[in-house]
Design a protein around this ligand. Sequence first.
Ligand code: R5P
Length: 295
Amino acid sequence: MNRSATFRKTVRVVAGSASLLLGKELATALKADLVPVAFEKHPGGFPDGERYVRLTAPVKGQEVVLIQSTFPDTKIVELFLLQDALADEGARRIDLVIPYFGYGRQDKKFEAGEPISARALAHRLQVHADRVLTVSVHNPEVLRFFDVPAEDVSGMPAVARYLKGRGVDIVLAPDANAQRFAREVGQSLGADWDFLEKKRLDSFSVEMKPKALDVRGRSVAIVDDVISTGATIATAARMLRDQGASHVVAACVHGLFASDALQRLQACDEVVATDTLLSPATKASVAPELAAALA
Ligand code: R5P
């Protein structure tokens, strides 16, 4: 029997509380059972805010897909607890899916004395993981920090599925690093694609260098891996409107929407994100691509 047939027969999905919706979608796509998890020992949780998990169905001898985004920080602790419980309860194999790999943007030492945060997380997350899957990780190079097989699955097909048929004329990335995202979505939609030139001033503000683009009267989608403060996309949207764009959609895989990001993004006609993180902008699911990578 080949591995994929064995895998489909016995797989169970365990979803951490950061990825409950996507975990359910993934279980459906894999035709797998979802193992119910209790997240509170007492109603309202521990008084000091510590995390709690309990697997409420057996996993002994099972192949398990464990899914949890590592944002916010408490979900990282919860993930460690789930991994410990799965190993202790005798799961045969753990495929760890990290839909949003928090700390992935600190992929190098920018200043002396800093940690390489992505590496710090990878080294600890691979304990009790036989394989790791991430989704549109900021820099795929961070996958080499894992000593177990690690692979990135693009979230852009989910973004493109949502944008299809919505009259997008041109897909733009906010900077050169994100141009692979614009290319992927643009090609999938059969639309033009290009990238802007961004200069980051600090964690909260960016500057866009003016670029001659043919956006007058056209519907634009700006795509990025992550929206955090929304400064990048809002600045780009204002520039594109000044250049005559008729409609501007902001689309990302991971909608962090820190502080007043959604308010800032009112500079756009619509904001779209996937279910790697849940927010009012979650409108697309990466479950089909994850299921295909796991099957
Ligand atoms: C950084 O290079 C990422 O791809 C995003 O462009 C960035 O994280 C967006 O951050 P913000 O929404 O705070 O501008």
